[in-house]
Every structure is written in structure tokens, then in C-alpha cells.
Design a protein around this ligand. Structure first.
Ligand code: RB5
Length: 149
């Protein structure tokens, strides 16, 4: 599995612990930046990760900013992206299980690096449940098809 990861300066505090989990799981990491000491605009990094997932270069993506909010909003502007901002283990599990979230978003000013690592594990280990949730996710795709070029 390949995972693209990108962050701004607000999310960088989570990046190394999240990448450590990915390495332990044998995941190939596509690191889109930014780097320590940067001050950047989160939409630029959301776009890099979202395009990698949307184009099939990566299987899934992880985006990190101060709150996880801005970078998820931007990622969700790319067709095919279901980016979920999560703050705890339950939301990390549910976004995989019910929403088939292909991008996990977390905030470096909201949660600890330790929790972000645990959430990454839960998100990766939780399969999409399918069943009644398939039709709901399909309806998200229908909205995309209606409004995206
Ligand atoms: C950057 O200061 C901050 O606004 C950003 O990381 C994020 O929290 C935006 O949603």
C-alpha cells in the first residue's frame, strides 16, 4: 500500500509519529512535505495529497494542519476525495468503517502526536463495512458527479 502524506507548519508536529506508524506497517510513504521550519499554505499540500489519491498514485492520503479543518476542506475539493477530520479513535474508526474515507485529516494543535499515531493505526486497520453504507457513499459520488466538472 502507498500513502501520500502532506502537512503545513501547524500539522508538522504530528508528521514523524504518523510516518513511524506507516513504516511499521510496511506502507510505502509518499512524502509531499512540508519540512521542519516551514511556513506554508495548507491548500497547496492538500492538493498534492488529494491529486495523488485521486490519480491512483497513492491508495490513501493523510493530511495534517493546525486543526485538520482547512486542509481537509481543500482536499475535499478534489473529485473522488473523502477526507475526514478526526479527533479521536472513534472518529478515526468510523470514517473508515462507514464513510470509506480515503484521506485522514488531523490537527497538530488539537491532538497529541501519540494519539495521531494510534488514530492512524485504527484508520488503516478498519475496513469499510459496505452494506447500507455503500449506497450512502455512492450518493456522495453522485453529488460530485452533479457539481464537479
Ligand atoms: C495555520 O496557521 C493554520 O491556519 C492551519 O494550520 C489550519 O489550522 C487551518 O485550518
Amino acid at each position: 500500500m502507498k500513502i501520500a502524506i502532506g502537512c503545513d507548519h501547524g500539522g508538522i508536529v504530528l508528521k514523524s509519529s504518523v510516518e513511524q506508524v506507516l513504516r511499521e506497517k510496511g506502507v510505502e510513504i509518499i512524502d509531499m512535505g512540508c519540512v521542519e521550519g516551514c511556513s506554508v499554505d495548507y491548500p497547496d499540500y492538500a492538493l498534492k495529497v488529494a491529486e495523488a489519491v485521486s490519480q491512483g498514485v497513492a491508495d490513501k492520503g493523510i493530511v495534517l494542519c493546525g486543526t485538520g479543518i482547512g486542509i481537509s476542506i481543500a482536499a475535499n475539493k478534489v473529485k473522488g476525495i473523502r477526507a475526514a477530520v478526526c479527533h479521536d479513535l472513534f472518529t478515526a474508526q468510523m470514517c473508515a468503517q462507514h464513510n470509506d474515507a480515503n484521506v485522514l485529516s488531523m490537527g497538530g494543535r488539537v491532538i497529541s502526536a501519540e494519539l495521531a499515531a494510534k488514530m492512524t493505526k485504527v484508520w488503516l486497520d478498519t475496513p469499510f463495512e459496505g452494506g447500507r453504507h455503500t449506497g450512502r457513499v455512492d450518493k456522495i459520488t453522485q453529488i460530485e458527479n452533479k457539481y464537479f466538472k
